[in-house]
Write a protein that binds this ligand. Structure first.
Ligand SMILES: NC(=O)c1ccc[n+]([C@@H]2O[C@H](COP(=O)([O-])OP(=O)(O)OC[C@H]3O[C@@H](n4cnc5c(N)ncnc54)[C@H](OP(=O)(O)O)[C@@H]3O)[C@@H](O)[C@H]2O)c1
Length: 251
């Protein structure tokens, strides 16, 4: 079968580990040249770049703090300088600082504000910067969470809302950019066994796993496959929507 993304250039924000590294490799498997960004994991990012190059595509890693919206324009322009264009933006980078209710005297509201900067304002800054240069028919795919739709437990208000805001922004962006055949969508991932969910596999209260129709963690490949589909030629008429890859958590 021919590769669906040959000749395309993708940026995966937060591609140094976890889901982002899996998405970067899945895009490369379909022939895309791939830039990844990271904030602190320089060695892990370099290792991902080597994996991508071994697949026969061009690859670079760029340090860019998504918590600083001013970093978005230089990030996007570095990709365009390196590869000549940008076709696919995947907003994967995020943090999940959870565990305390909003009325808990111990909650760190400065950290909550920073989470909004990374998960929401940084994503918006990436979309704004990319929208100026994306090719006709380009793709913007942001990684959300089932918590963006359904908040099934306490202590996750800011994280969940930071993801829900990206859904709203993506719907508006889909309208704004549809004239250029650019699609804008969100993939709401389920629980995945990454650093973000470190140690929680097998340790979560039954009420959380039981709230999934299929009570297990998602495989990174399952979420990456949805991103590759949305990035590909068969998804050109899918925009302004959410694909849940979370075992029915949001059903
Ligand atoms: N894991 C889950 O259970 C789960 C569930 C639902 C949704 N999600 C979503 O899935 C996505 C990927 O999560 P993951 O589990 O793969 O997370 P992860 O293992 O913690 O990896 C996070 C990635 O984001 C990057 N990143 C974090 N802060 C950044 C910043 N300020 N600037 C630039 N890059 C930054 C990290 O770069 P460095 O390596 O340099 O730190 C890393 O590449 C996120 O959007 C997350 O919200 C995860």
């Amino acid at each position: 079968m021919s590769k669906t993304l040959l000749g395309k250039v993708a940026l995966v924000a937060g591609g140094s580990r976890g889901l982002g590294a899996a998405i970067a490799q899945a895009l490369a498997d379909q022939g895309a040249d791939v830039a990844i960004s990271y904030v602190s994991s320089q060695e892990k990012a370099a290792a991902v770049v080597e994996l991508l190059k071994a697949k026969g595509v061009r690859a670079i890693a760029i340090q860019a703090d998504q918590g600083n919206p001013a970093a978005a324009e230089p990030l996007i322009s570095t990709v365009v300088e390196a590869f000549g264009k940008l076709d696919i933006l995947v907003n994967n980078a995020a943090v999940a600082w959870q565990g305390k209710t909003i009325d808990d005297p111990q909650i760190d509201n400065a950290a909550m504000d920073q989470q909004w900067m990374i998960n929401t304002m940084g994503v918006i800054a990436n979309i704004r910067a990319a929208s100026k240069v994306l090719s006709e028919g380009g793709r913007i795919i942001s990684i959300g969470s089932g918590l963006g739709t359904r908040i099934a437990f306490r202590g996750t208000t800011d994280y969940a809302a930071s993801k829900a805001a990206v859904v709203g922004y993506s719907k508006g962006a889909a309208r704004d950019l549809g004239g250029r055949k650019i699609t804008v969508n969100v993939v709401q991932a389920g629980l995945m066994d990454t650093d973000m969910a470190a140690g929680s596999k097998g340790m979560l209260p039954p009420i959380i796993m039981d709230s999934h129709a299929i009570p297990r963690f998602a495989e990174l490949s399952e979420v990456a496959a949805a991103v590759v589909f949305l990035a590909g030629p068969d998804a050109g008429f899918i925009t302004g929507t959410v694909i849940d890859v979370n075992g029915g958590f949001t059903a």
